[in-house]
Design a protein around this ligand. Sequence first.
Ligand SMILES: [Zn+2]
Length: 579
Amino acid sequence: MSRDDVAEVKARTSLMELVKRFADVRRVGNRWMAPCPFHQETKPSFSINEEEGFYYCFGCQAAGDVIDFYCRVHGLEFREGLEQLALEAGVELSRSPQAADPKAQQKRQFRRRAVDIYELAAGYYRQSLFSQHGAECREYLKGRGLTKETVTAFGLGYAPEGWQNLHDFLRSRKVNIADAVECGLLVKNDRGRLYDRFRGRLMFPIQDLSGKVIAFGGRILISSDREPKYINSSDSALYKKGEHLFGLNVARRAISVTRSALITEGYMDVLTLHQYGYENACGVLGTALTPDQIRRLSGFCSLVECIFDGDRAGRQAALRSAEMLLSAGLKCRVLILPESEDVDSLLQKQGTEAFEAVRNDAPDGLEFCMDTIRRDRSPKEIVQWAIQFVTNLNDPELAAFYATRIMHGLGLSEEELRPALASHSEKRGGKKPSLTKSVPKAMSIQAKRERHLLQFALCFPQHIPLLCERGADRAFATSRGRALWEKLIDYGHAGVSAYLDEGEKRFFTECRMEREYLAADEQKLLEEVLDSLQTMAEQAKRREIQKRLRNHAGHGAHDPIEDLRALQQTLGTGRNDGQ
Ligand SMILES: [Zn+2]
């Protein structure tokens, strides 16, 4: 990854378009505002500066550029986020070792073709549903109580009966048939004959967050013993089982507004939930909930409500899911359905009241885990589970938080949990896990001056050369202040943002946000900053002298009195300079 790559991705990606995927963006005065996707609110305090390419939330102080936003909302590391965003923007990360690999380049090109093929196929299935071939399928949807709005919102379609419908359609659109086979839409049998993978099925497109179709699920329309009820696309260049959630692209807004998601198993359940007003519902796509899926959600929600069947298998799955969600630092609740009901049947037969009753009874995730463990396991296994659970928590703060609750909930002693907590204190370099975060010390006057200086430099970079001339390079005494100043000088105002850490980035954006308010007072602020620079320069000299005096004790190389005279002199002349 190079600076050019980062700049290229940023230049080709609209922050506004990206934010719009998660929130309603509105013009307020002369800025663009939205309800914040990162904290729960209905009033918009999330501000977008499209021109300069950064966002800032007045509520939770989240701040950053388009890459930060993408990473945060998808729960990705910087590198990973950059790669995915580059892919979306069609930017080749030229200097990455991957890009040098010709195979990787082929893969990328194939991915692009695959996106087009899936788009074509989705269009074909949608059209078929509303053609004369789709009459039976439309009847089926009606019978399941689905409205046309729901059907359209999720882009449902129909794969007609017959072996070569999609094949012929794709061929007529000049699609490379080998690509379509590799995408998993067509199948080639042992004798080399090509046929459609999905036949006589109601089609559920699986979309990524940008709305691209990346796979399908298909439900058979006329049940038969020879064919499975549901089939999904096989893994492909675009789709890996367990990485995606069905309906997330439709549900993400509601999820980021309410900060909570409803997770269920089946396609139909998701559709029915939406139709009954649960717009934050999405589905796990034929697997148990996976860590990848949790990561996808964790960026923009804090509570996950999981719905499970009331049978033994359902409870087992619920235990695993709750453990994973809790260890990801999310709050979770476990909704167990009455035996032999699924969400779809429950809502259709008994309406939202019955479903709300299940929701109200739903235990908190940790309560559910502990109840299950207490009921099903031997005392020895209980201790083992507790140790395992606490050890698996990545975050020592989280470990401390849960350890106390688990100790009380399962009747364990601190002694018994010690091995798990010890593993965390090793991670923290010997420090004991503690529930209280350290409170930052009150800022010193020096730190405040440095902050003002940096703020001014970030808002009005045209004055940086003058600030340097007046000794800004020597004015910083705190390591944080100095570090940011040096980055600003090394990478320049325009390029520095890629090199900032979290705290610096927040400060950077805050400063840029305030610029428009400060612009009118630029001259006055400049004078203030130059004044304070002078004071800082004097203090720097004082520190220098003090240091020399300290170093001196016992060495006798200099006369301390001489140094003090020098100090007096510099302070004296300092006042006359600088104006
Ligand atoms: Zn916020």
